[in-house]
Write a protein that binds this ligand. Structure first.
Ligand code: HEC
Ligand code: HEC
Ligand code: HEC
Length: 287
């Protein structure tokens, strides 16, 4: 009897995990023509900066509508209308998401000093912003604004350029070599592997400026003096046979080097790769 229930129980677990795996999340696919308005196809993040302008202009319009300040409203309306209507010029596929009749009404109500109708119209425009954001904002940010490693090459310890996956495999191997050697009391091996790790991290440090240009801070944050100190301390402790302390420092390195970088680079990068592979037919060919 007990065995019977156990089997039911286990098959339920297996069955239900099957269901979870079969469930899919539906994300709407943003038009591939967006790439034109983002780096690297464009010099600037044009689409995103247009969004920032729209938010500021909408805030100014709300503020002056409340103050019933028609002249200031008219000044901001010129740019708002220009930017709002430019969205469908940039992405013709999204023409039906933009409501040009609302901006026309806004001008009319402003000229009439009908501030009650102005407020209602601003709300309707705001709804049109929200409706597009709900469908597209998250995936567009992940696709066009996350680090793209496809062209980054990092030297391995023999001086040969490698892609990011190979580099990461190497780093992971060195980290585990150190941990295995420490746990088995093989300090010489641990020291050798820690030299390999150190060299590989230095090589990787040369790649940061590809994206971070002349901003030295991001590299300092992850591969700067604190990490150099931690590696020195690690090697000192390995030499002195302080296994526990060495293991503790390894934990610190894993968090302050590996996990810290993964939070800003790996998580979004993996999401981006997943989204792009889904959209393989229209985005991959652009990059
Ligand atoms: C530049 C910041 C950065 C640092 C520092 C970093 N990683 Fe990564 N790591 C990444 C990125 C980006 C990916 C995703 C690569 C991909 O698959 O496209 C990744 C992926 C990985 C993977 C999965 C590899 C695969 O096959 O997909 C492993 C394992 C890994 N990192 C280990 C480490 C370890 C261990 C460290 C610390 C010693 C480390 N990483 C430090 C950025 C970093
Ligand atoms: C046709 C679709 C569409 C419409 C309409 C639209 N947006 Fe956006 N908006 C987007 C997408 C896509 C993003 C994500 C861009 C990114 O993160 O790079 C975005 C992002 C934003 C952001 C950036 C948020 C952040 O801090 O990351 C702001 C602000 C914004 N929109 C304001 C507005 C305002 C205000 C309006 C209306 C007046 C508007 N948007 C109308 C598509 C739209
Ligand atoms: C493929 C491009 C790319 C490469 C290569 C790259 N990063 Fe980044 N990094 C980004 C992007 C994009 C962001 C998020 C936006 C920003 O802060 O610029 C970011 C953010 C960061 C941040 C958080 C923001 C900050 O300034 O504190 C740190 C830290 C960082 N990177 C460190 C590094 C280090 C260290 C390396 C080299 C090992 C590196 N990055 C290599 C693209 C890259």
């Amino acid at each position: 009897m007990k065995l019977f229930f156990l089997i039911i129980f286990i098959s339920q677990i297996i069955f239900s995990s099957h269901i979870t795996h079969a469930e899919t999340i539906n994300l709407k696919q943003a038009p591939a023509s967006l790439a034109k308005w983002y780096k690297p196809d464009n010099k600037r993040q044009v689409w995103l900066h247009t969004m920032f302008k729209l938010r500021r202009e909408l805030q100014a319009l709300r503020q002056y509508a409340e103050q019933e300040d028609k002249d200031s409203m008219r000044k901001w309306l010129i740019n708002f209308n220009k930017h709002y209507n430019s969205l469908s010029d940039m992405i013709p596929e999204w023409k039906d998401k933009i409501k040009p009749d609302l901006t026309a009404q806004l001008v009319k109500f402003t000229n009439d000093e009908n501030f009650y109708q102005v407020a209602l119209t601003l709300n309707k425009i705001s709804d049109s912003c929200d409706s597009c954001h709900k469908d597209y904002q998250a995936q567009v940010a992940a696709i066009y604004r996350s680090p793209d490693y496809s062209n980054i090459r990092i030297k391995d310890n023999d001086g040969n350029p490698q892609n990011i996956e190979n580099t990461m495999q190497e780093l992971s191997t060195y980290i585990n070599q150190i941990l295995i050697a420490l746990s088995d009391g093989k300090n010489k091996q641990a020291l050798t592997a820690s030299n390999d790790l150190n060299l590989q991290l230095k090589n990787m440090g040369e790649s940061c400026s590809t994206c971070h240009k002349d901003d030295a801070y991001p590299k300092e944050r992850i591969l700067g003096s604190m990490t150099a100190n931690n590696i020195d301390k690690l090697q000192m402790n390995i030499r002195e046979g302080n296994t526990k302390t060495s293991q503790k420092i390894m934990g610190e390195i894993a968090v302050t080097v590996c996990a810290r970088c993964h939070n800003t680079h790996k998580i979004v990068s993996n999401l981006r790769t997943m989204l792009i592979n889904k959209e393989a037919t229209n985005i991959k060919q652009k990059h």
